[in-house]
Design a binder for this molecule. Structure first.
Ligand SMILES: Nc1nc2c(ncn2[C@@H]2O[C@H](COP(=O)(O)OP(=O)(O)OP(=O)(O)O)[C@@H](O)[C@H]2O)c(=O)[nH]1
Ligand SMILES: [Ca+2]
Length: 499
């Protein structure tokens, strides 16, 4: 037999060739895995920003949105990072001192400077959109509304952001952008072959919007109520209407105007709690284009607004603010406005949410009849008891929840024709995934071209998936190679046993 040392040398695993090949493989695997891991490590995110000011009738709010810089016209989520409520009333209330409208925005603009990184300030678009309050002021006194816009624009121009203009949104825009926001946040637009969309219900102080897609409606019956979109490769034919003067503050005026037609000095109001009394001025009540033509002649300066707390009577009063007497179309909601059949689910936000949330009635699984009973009980509760129970709530808000809740139910059922079944399709919402429901996000997405008409082309695999698959295939090849090496390498014959 050969000497033992010779036999050792013949072990194929110990030949220089095997050792070199093995070392190269180990290095290759380590290198491959290192590259995959390093490449796959998330880069520090770079964000872009956009700012929208919602100049509503009752107040102005500033919203800051951010999105990953690499993905602006992709499906990369745009998110609200901050919001700031401007102190004081809406800009339309500054008609007689327009400069103050501009001043009022400064605190929130300064706050925005803190939230957007300095190096992004210059490239961050800043928009201001005004809604029903400015629509009404513009109707009433267009010079005053122009002056308010001048003052507001002057302030926004001075900010470090890229000011893109301040304007009044049309009612269609307000409704349509609210719908875009809700469906964008709900991820309903990017689905291939269209998931059913969600309708949008917005209740403001001076106007209210309803927007939804109904398969029975092609837009031809009432073109002024239809908006067509092509988003992510899907076509949408949206029905939308904005009812000016049907926001909750203006409806309160309409209802009080209805109750005070004789110009009496005490106005009994079933929509306010028993024992609630407040002195109000006739000229203040009628100082709005929504009611100005109804001012009773020879009324005293002031009247006492006295609550009686009766839900059914309140519903009767509120039904009277709608006109059902004429409909020039196949079907209408109210005031001769066309409305197709309701379809699908609805997101109801702004005052719909504030009010129903306070009343603990956001759960629409509660039958409509029960909701009415609970509201009836709430309305009949005397005012002193209500104030005792809710010491932390602003008195102005607190006084109006019975009225507002009753208006919401009357608007939904009598106005828009929701019934006890379709009522359960409504979701009362404030935010979706951290962003407020409202028209501002949809407005910004549109103006920054962030929703493409066509679905973006996406690679068949995401980057991480691609790297992982390459690594796995490489590892499998290496294992197969090693197994072959082990199986087919010439081995030395079995050593004879020396006995
Ligand atoms: N209870 C309660 N009411 C609120 C709150 N914020 C606003 N409101 C009231 O709810 C109503 C609607 O508010 P918004 O949705 O801000 O209305 P807006 O945008 O100013 O008005 P529009 O221009 O008509 O859209 C107004 O009567 C507000 O006074 C809140 O936090 N709680
Ligand atoms: Ca609003």
């Amino acid at each position: 037999p050969p000497p033992l040392s010779e036999m050792k040398e013949k072990n194929p695993w110990h030949t220089p060739a095997t050792i070199i090949i093995t070392v190269i493989f180990v290095i290759a695997i380590v290198a491959l895995v290192t590259v995959a891991v390093l490449q796959n490590k998330p880069l520090p995110p770079k964000y872009k920003y956009g700012i929208v000011l919602d100049a509503g009738s009752s107040h102005t709010a500033l919203y800051i949105y951010e999105w990953p810089a690499e993905k602006d016209n992709n499906t990369g989520r745009v998110e609200q990072t901050h919001s700031c409520k401007v102190k004081g009333p809406g800009i339309s209330s500054y008609a007689s001192s327009p400069l103050k409208a501009g001043e009022s925005l400064k605190v929130c603009l300064q706050e925005a400077e803190q939230w957007v990184p300095n190096k992004r300030h210059q490239e961050t678009p800043l928009y201001l959109g005004a809604t029903a309050g400015m629509r009404l002021l513009n109707m009433e006194n267009s010079l005053a509304s122009d002056q308010v816009f001048q003052a507001v624009a002057a302030t926004l121009q001075k900010s470090p952001f890229s000011f893109q203009g301040a304007r009044i949104l049309s009612g269609q825009e307000e409704g349509a952008y609210g719908w875009v926001t809700v469906n964008y946040l709900d991820d309903r637009l990017t689905q291939v072959c269209g998931l059913e969309t969600t309708g949008a219900l917005d209740l403001g102080g001076a106007s209210t919007q309803i927007s939804f897609v109904s398969s029975s409606y092609d837009g031809s019956e009432s073109p002024s109520n239809s908006v067509s979109f092509r988003l992510y490769g899907n076509n949408y034919n949206l029905y939308t209407h904005s009812f000016l003067c049907y926001g909750k503050d203006q409806v309160l005026r309409l209802a009080l105007a209805h109750l005070s037609q004789s110009g009496q000095s005490t106005v009994e109001d079933p929509c306010f709690h028993p024992n609630f009394t407040e002195s109000k001025n006739y000229s203040v009540l009628y100082d709005s284009p929504c009611v100005s033509d109804r001012k009773p002649h020879g009324a005293p300066v002031a009247f006492t607004h006295k609550g009686t707390g009766n839900f059914s009577l309140c519903q009767q009063v509120l039904k009277n603010v709608f006109n059902f007497s004429h409909c020039p179309y196949s079907q209408c909601s109210f005031n001769g406005v066309f409305q197709p059949d309701l379809q699908g689910t609805f997101g109801a936000f702004s005052a719909y949410y504030f009010v129903m949330n306070f009343l603990n009635l956001t759960d629409t699984a509660i039958p409509l009849e029960t909701v009415k009973e609970k509201l009836a009980t709430y309305c009949s509760t005397p005012w002193p008891q209500i104030t005792q129970q809710h010491k932390d709530v602003k008195l102005k808000y607190l006084a109006e929840y019975c009225f507002s809740g009753t208006y919401i139910l009357t608007l939904l059922t009598e106005g828009y024709n929701f019934n006890s079944d379709s009522y359960s399709n409504i979701r009362f919402i404030k935010k979706i995934k951290g962003s407020d429901a409202g028209w501002t996000l949809g407005y910004m997405l549109n103006l920054t071209n962030m929703i493409p008409a066509e679905a973006p082309d996406t690679p068949p695999l995401p980057y991480a998936g691609y790297v992982s698959i390459v690594t796995i295939i490489a590892l499998v090849l290496v294992i197969i190679f090693a197994l072959c090496l082990y199986r087919f390498w010439p081995r030395c014959p079995k050593q004879p046993q020396i006995i």
